[in-house]
Ligand binder design. Sequence first.
Ligand code: NAD
Ligand code: AHE
Ligand code: ZN
Length: 382
Amino acid sequence: TAGKSIFCKAAVLRQFNKPLSLEEIEVLPPKAHEVRVKVLANAMCHTDYYSWSGADSELNDDGLPVILGHECSGVVESIGEGVEGVKVGDHVIALYTAECRECKFCKSGKTNLCGSVRATQGKGLMPDGTTRFRSKDGKPIYHFMGCSGFSQYTVLADVSVAVIDPKAPLDKVCLLGCGVTTGTGSVFNVAQVDENEEAQAAVFGIGAVGLAVIDGLKIRKAKKIIAIDINDGKEEWAKKWGATDFINPTKLKEGETIVSKLIEMTDGGCDYTFDCTGNVKVMRDALEACHKGWGTSVIIGVASAGKEIATRPFQLVTGRVWKGSAFGGVKGRTQLPGFVDDYMKGELKLDEYITGYKSFDKVNEAFDDLHSGNVIRTVVNM
Ligand code: NAD
Ligand code: AHE
Ligand code: ZN
């Protein structure tokens, strides 16, 4: 099949908020510095739901039709010219945060963001400004986050794949393509919680990302881990991951706010807080629940187009720190294989997040399930 188009099934978003249409599409061969991957598993992340609903300011009607999905794994089917470090048959995880190792960002040593393919990626295009997907009528279909895992075959930039241990189960390690890496990485790389500091932390939003933050905090021996969610069903999940407390902020006593409650529980405020909801009001609470002088709040959640954060600047003047992170600050090609190894050694949870598997023809149900709040991660077998 190398050098030729592949015809396969893909879930195509043609209209926001409408079910994805399962279509036979054409996947063109990879061009220079691209790889074509047979996708085996793609887990449903909240960001797919968010983009499906039209909430992403980077994806408007001009970016449709598009193939969503970014928490995915697969096997390299063919490679284009000049590809180094990835070969046919390699097991890979797709990276929505590329790592070229050559751009200003990659060389800075200060960030995992990479400038190499980001501009075209944001437009749903491959680096040469075109797409590798076509619908039956020959019209282009756009890429999503440089991944488009809800297609049985996809084409990725070579800088957007992490080659992993072929013994790792692809239908589990797909979770490292986003949620679990983002949550744990935010604790290790962004908050940089130290295991000797007996940290007191609060985690807002107990989906896969929030749970992964809890796992990271457990690994870093945090003393207090307060989980917060408006869904009471998340208490059991949070406690299972090691949260010491759970608060439903809609059920506080009169006169209490989530900020006052957290300050009281931690004798002055949290050392670290994490927003894993994408709600800008929650982001403010998370910052203001931080301890004066040093508390650090990390924004992980993704807010809808047009939303902005606010707080009194005095919150920052008095030493609280507001940070954010994409993909947990993790450099995918360099560091993701290590996350896979940690999982294989039993040092990092993955299986526990998977609340179910769905066959590809049920992909729309996976979207509904995530929205229902009853699942953590659904893996779609492609
Ligand atoms: P999820 O839908 O599984 O979980 C979100 C949780 O937040 C749910 O349990 C929900 O009940 C809770 N929640 C919603 N509103 C809340 C509120 N006002 N107060 C408290 N809890 C509230 O989502 P997920 O897949 O875990 O993703 C979490 C967020 O992180 C999303 O915004 C997603 O888009 C974002 N995300 C960001 C990155 C990144 O790199 N920055 C990576 C992955 C996901
Ligand atoms: N494109 C949006 C926001 C979407 C967003 O923030 N995406 C996160 C990853 S979410 C993964 O589930 C991210 O890493 N962004 C950094 C990047 O380079 O894409 C907007 O608001 O424009
Ligand atoms: Zn994601």
